[in-house]
Write a protein that binds this ligand. Structure first.
Ligand code: CMP
Length: 142
């Protein structure tokens, strides 16, 4: 196991449902530490750029509409194998298929309104962290 950082987004559905705390609780109990966090409202351009890899998928325009419908919370999570640990805590992308106890099972609705995003690889984590956080905003704990 190695210490990693990953990018997490509490999506507009979860912010609107007032469950940021419930999500943070699951992340912390799962062994992850929040080392940077802020609430922002994505612009359409930002959302399109963040999700650029999906631009040709049929769900892209609905995904962008959803991600800009209200504020989100972006977080840097740190911990042992943080990228895979966070994906385990989040559960399956489709909330309807997510295992009991996961964030998406507890707080998501379906494949689109799935409460959270988490980086899916080391390369994605580096890109996504740099997308939202400047060096000055990254807290060094050790
Ligand atoms: P996320 O982990 O943020 O990464 C891309 C997002 O696209 C995903 O979560 C879902 O919210 C959304 N998504 C992925 N597949 C589909 C799909 N088949 N239909 C609608 N939305 C999807």
């Amino acid at each position: 196991m190695s210490l990693e950082q990953t990018l997490s987004i509490v999506k507009p559905d979860a912010v609107k449902a007032n469950v940021i705390g419930g999500i943070v609780d699951k992340l912390e109990r799962g062994g992850l530490r929040i080392v940077a966090q802020k609430m922002i409202r994505l612009t359409e351009t930002q959302a399109q750029s963040f999700y650029a890899e999906h631009k040709d998928r049929p769900f892209f325009s609905d995904l962008i509409k959803f991600m800009i419908e209200g504020p989100v919370v972006v977080q840097i999570l740190e911990g042992d194998s943080a990228i895979s640990t966070n994906r385990d805590i989040m559960g399956a992308t489709n909330s309807k298929e997510a295992a009991s106890g996961t964030i998406r099972h507890a707080f998501g609705t379906d494949i689109e309104r799935n409460a959270v995003h988490g980086s899916d690889s080391q390369q994605a984590a580096e890109r996504e962290i740099a997308f939202f956080f400047s060096q000055a905003e990254r807290v060094a704990l050790s």
